[in-house]
Design a protein around this ligand. Structure first.
Ligand code: ASP
Ligand code: MG
Length: 405
């Protein structure tokens, strides 16, 4: 059996017409000799609508009930897609995450997949049915419905592809593939024919919005062939995700902008061993994604510690940070919300200092102050003021020659 996993995002199944197109596409894949397992997202902006509905009822709904609610979005899509396939004369069966054997931990709204029991899916496939799986969801050992975090259907797709030992995993989306930057902001962003797992993972994490980062991590770890392509223009090849080509010279492949972060500064923290440990270990159980960390050498035995977190995590972690401030006698924290993280990504770019200096020079030329810098082997990120972030993105993208013309 040659299994192929295809994932269709929300815009690809936003209405009846599009669901019919997807059904036809899936049948075509089957006729080519594949056994398709199809993962779908909720129709259009359904998930957002469900969230706003919940917030009208209760400003702080429990994450368990949120998952119960949000999971219904994908359930609608799977049933409709199965019906559309049956209407075209093929056999199909829709399965929820739980029915597909997807077991997760009980971290509601951000659950991680623990295991996938593929017995049911394999049985349906050997009955010659096209299997349609609800993306973004699973269930705990107790049978409670969980979701994997926004955009989580990508992770469902890759995890299933790995568990089923599929030939490949295709991600169908509303753009032609992976671009050098967000084509909705920079009109002449270029489509990439290929990109390495590492580069794509970095771009996904840095807020490129193209793929759920965990899905790329999973594909990389298991060397699952991954393709990102258009759900509307089947003539296009999309972007192929490949292993790194070691011989390639260091080159910027993409530029990203993340505006959904905040900078938290804790001024006047006593300068003594164990202080950073105390602050960050207090945040462990809150499952928050701390990104950049900066400690300024300060004055008379005191330091300032600054770091960035996703804006959505802010409210949740404030009490813990304030408790730390009280305990060690630091000054009240300063939260800066209008910041953005501009990053360049490319294998080996930090080994060529011309690239870093070029980036900083361009930002300087624009009269923008860099508040924080962090680097890894394949990325350089700068925290800058949000008001000029889009302009900086555009200029930096052009500076590194990534425009189409
Ligand atoms: N429907 C969910 C969301 O909007 C999951 C997904 O689309 O991947 O986040
Ligand atoms: Mg998505």
């Amino acid at each position: 059996m040659k299994i192929i996993v295809q994932k269709y995002g929300g815009t690809s199944v936003a209405n009846v017409e599009r669901i019919r197109n997807v059904a036809a596409r899936v049948i075509e894949t089957k006729n080519k000799g594949f056994s398709p397992v199809v993962v779908v997202s909720a129709m259009g902006d359904t998930t957002d609508v469900l969230i706003s509905l919940a917030k009208q009822i209760n400003p702080k709904p429990s994450t368990r009930e949120m998952d119960m609610l949000m999971a219904t979005g994908e359930q609608t899509s799977i049933a409709l897609l199965a019906m559309a396939i049956e209407a075209l004369g093929e056999r199909a069966v829709s399965l929820t995450g739980a029915q597909s054997g997807i077991k997760t931990d009980d971290f509601f709204s951000k659950a991680k997949i623990d295991s996938i029991d593929t017995i049911r899916i394999k049985k349906e496939l050997s009955d010659d049915k096209i299997v349609i799986v609800a993306g973004f969801q699973g269930a705990t050992d107790d049978g409670d419905i969980t979701t994997l975090g926004r955009g989580g259907s990508d992770t469902t797709a890759v995890a299933l592809a790995v568990a089923l030992d599929a030939e490949k995993c295709e991600i169908y989306t509303d753009v032609l593939g992976i671009y050098t930057t967000d084509p909705r902001i920079v009109k002449d962003a270029s489509l990439l024919e290929s990109i390495s797992y590492d580069e794509l993972l970095e771009m996904a994490k840095l807020g490129a919005g193209v793929m759920h980062p965990r899905s790329v991590e999973l594909a990389r770890k298991n060397k699952m062939p991954l393709i990102v392509r258009s759900a509307f223009d089947y003539g296009q090849d999309g972007t192929e995700i490949i292993e790194v080509n070691e011989m390639e010279k260091a080159q910027v492949r993409g530029v990203t902008l993340d505006e959904d972060i905040v900078r938290i500064s804790v001024p006047n923290v006593p300068d003594r061993p164990g202080i950073a440990y105390k602050l960050f270990s207090s945040l462990i159980n809150l499952n928050v994604h701390i990104d950049m960390i900066l400690q300024n050498l300060n004055h008379d035995g005191f330091n300032d510690i600054s770091f960035t977190v996703p804006v959505d995590d802010l409210e949740r972690i404030l009490p813990t940070i304030n408790a730390f401030v009280d305990e060690v006698g630091a000054s009240p924290i300063v939260v800066k919300k209008d910041v953005a993280k501009l990053s360049i990504v490319g294998t080996g770019i930090t080994s060529d200092v011309k690239i870093a200096s070029g980036l900083f020079g361009k930002i300087y030329e624009l009269g923008i102050n860099i508040e924080m810098i962090s680097t890894s082997e394949i990325k350089i990120s700068c925290i800058i003021d949000q008001s000029q972030a889009k302009q900086a993105l555009e200029e930096v993208h052009k500076y590194f020659g990534l425009n189409t013309q």
